[in-house]
Design a protein around this ligand. Structure first.
Ligand SMILES: [Zn+2]
Length: 412
């Protein structure tokens, strides 16, 4: 899928392309759509302890202050994730705890991080050398079917919500779960309308293609995919089909291309599926944990893990550009939310290398700036303007799922 590099770009040495990328990212904010650091802090050896998880030191996973600086990250949507399969606690409690972790983390480094709530905040923070820190909720189960809870989350700073995570909700089908509704229910549509009224971006990463399509029908503001790739290149249900990409110019939304190896590499996706089914078989057949471990090691040495690559991520970015257009593409790494990483994109310090690759493929500075963050800034400003308009004509919605979907449609 890579385009042939034009002669002038090919003549540029690798270091010249990287230097060019570094200069470009000093002039325009690089905005990453998805990083799971707050969840890493939750489950660290000292759980919930933002002091113990010291970002001034080298962190165990992909993200810390020094590597964010090297990676020239200008703004970050920190994922406020809640596990949709947890059975021992209410979703809202865990969601609130994740807001607390993220907000304490941001407040702890005032010389480096700043809570950002608007597109203007991002630009202001970038100018004064702070990493603009936005909050994005991952999983609509956290609203527990309540539009009041949705509004309270907005007040806490949430500026996007991924409609589902991996579990189908009472009002929306997830990409990786069974389709119970064939898309969004009437209440699900009301959730989208209320997000539009609030100015919270509708995030369609993780939902089924029918939900993507319904949300595009309903949404009055541009949507985002905070961490997804192109389904035409890798046929994974988490990726975005061309039929949806083709609708983005009219909606104004963007796909923030992710680095998740199984979404960007077909070979890795097949390996992951094989590893998954081998693991399930092993758990069914073997109860002794030492024996399980031994057999798992045997499987791994017989089936070495393939590598996804930076070039494959660049291919997905170029595919989204080809089908949706250069105004509809961004970056959403999913660092700290993934166990494996593409070669060349090992952690948050490596973003400039991705831009260097695209420079070698002939991308113009104007297009690189759109990809880096100008597209997301435009999307946020459109969503903010839509919210201001809707708030003049519409009161906060008090509709309920029972009222809109009928009693008995929901299970929780
Ligand atoms: Zn995710």
């Amino acid at each position: 899928m890579s385009l042939a590099a034009p002669a002038s770009a090919a003549a540029q040495s690798p270091d010249a392309a990287l230097e060019h990328a570094r200069k470009l990212l000093r002039s325009t904010p690089l905005i990453d759509g998805h990083n799971d650091l707050p969840w890493e802090i939750r489950r660290a050896p000292a759980p919930f302890d933002v002091a113990a998880y010291d970002l001034r030191k080298r962190a165990p996973k992909h993200t810390d202050l020094e590597r964010l600086r090297q990676g020239q990250v200008g703004a970050q949507f920190w994922s406020i994730y809640t596990d949709g399969e947890m059975k021992d606690s209410g979703y809202a409690r865990v969601q609130l705890e994740q807001f607390d972790i993220a907000r304490r983390m941001i407040a702890r480094y005032p010389d480096r991080l700043a809570l950002a709530l608007t597109a203007d905040d991002i630009e202001r923070d970038f100018k004064r050398g702070r990493l603009a820190s936005l909050l994005g909720m991952e999983g609509g189960h956290a609203i527990e079917n309540s539009l009041g809870a949705l509004r309270a989350y907005y007040a806490l700073g949430a500026r996007y919500m991924t409609l589902t995570h991996n579990v189908t909700l009472d009002w929306a089908d997830a990409a990786l779960d069974s389709a119970r509704h064939g898309g969004l229910t009437e209440f699900g549509r009301e959730v989208v309308r209320e997000m539009n009224r609030l100015g919270m971006l509708v995030d369609l990463a993780h939902v089924s293609p029918a939900v993507m399509s319904n949300a595009l029908d309903v949404s009055e503001a541009p949507v985002i995919f905070s961490h997804s790739a192109a389904r035409a290149l890798v046929d994974h249900p988490r990726n975005v089909p061309d039929s949806i990409l083709a609708r983005l110019p009219k909606n104004g939304g963007i796909v923030m291309v992710t680095f998740v190896p199984q979404f960007v590499s077909t070979e890795f996706m097949a390996w992951e599926a094989a590893a998954d089914s081998a693991r399930k078989q092993l758990y069914a057949a073997v109860t002794d944990s030492a024996e399980r471990e031994r057999q798992a090691e045997t499987w791994k040495s017989a089936h070495p893990m393939p590598s996804a690559t930076l070039a494959q991520v660049a291919d997905h970015i170029e595919h989204v550009r080809a089908v949706a257009g250069v105004d509809h593409v961004g970056i959403g790494s999913d660092f700290d939310g993934i166990d494996n990483v593409p070669v060349g994109l090992e952690d948050v310090s490596r973003f400039p290398d991705l831009f260097a690759e695209l420079i070698r493929r002939g991308w113009s500075d104007a297009d690189l700036k759109k990809l880096a963050g100008q597209n997301l800034l435009r999307v946020m400003r459109q969503a903010e303007a839509t919210a201001a308009r809707l708030q003049r004509s519409r009161e906060p919605s008090t509709r309920t799922i029972e009222e809109l979907d009928g009693p008995g449609r929901q299970t929780s």
